[in-house]
Design a protein around this ligand. Sequence first.
Ligand code: FES
Ligand code: FES
Length: 164
Amino acid sequence: MQQTKHTLQLNVNGTNIQREVEPRTHLADFLRESELLTGTNLGCEHGVCGACTIEMNTAPVRSCITYAITCQNAKIRTIEGFDSDHIMTQLKLAFTREHALQCGYCTSGMLVSAHDIVIRKPNASADEVRQALAGNLCRCTGYAGIVRAIMSVLYAQANATSNG
Ligand code: FES
Ligand code: FES
């Protein structure tokens, strides 16, 4: 059944946009199908696996359980919007170096969560990194490489800070 569309204004990866959306459209479908930002993956579509994690107003959010229309005036950053982000560049290099991905399906959501950890928990231990990643599931890697990769970026950031 066709639903009434509503006007949605938001900022996606630095660009202000205005679109007509149906109330039932979730943010992940909106980003993928309307904005063609297919770096955001969909796995469970129940808020469990974290594959769809994006950044909204500087916090990680599961876009599959967020209705697009509830994001009025929000600032959204998808994995594509981190291209010039220094911490994300370090994380991508570390994920490659530490074999933190295999099929890559979880990786964009994992990287967005990892970026949040580096920003919000600069002194996190490996156990705290594991806890903070509890909402991101990976069926390939066993997590060891992912945790190593994030820890290596945390160490690099701490060294950069202590060396002035
Ligand atoms: S697809 Fe959103 S949490 Fe799994
Ligand atoms: S790399 Fe395949 S699900 Fe994580």
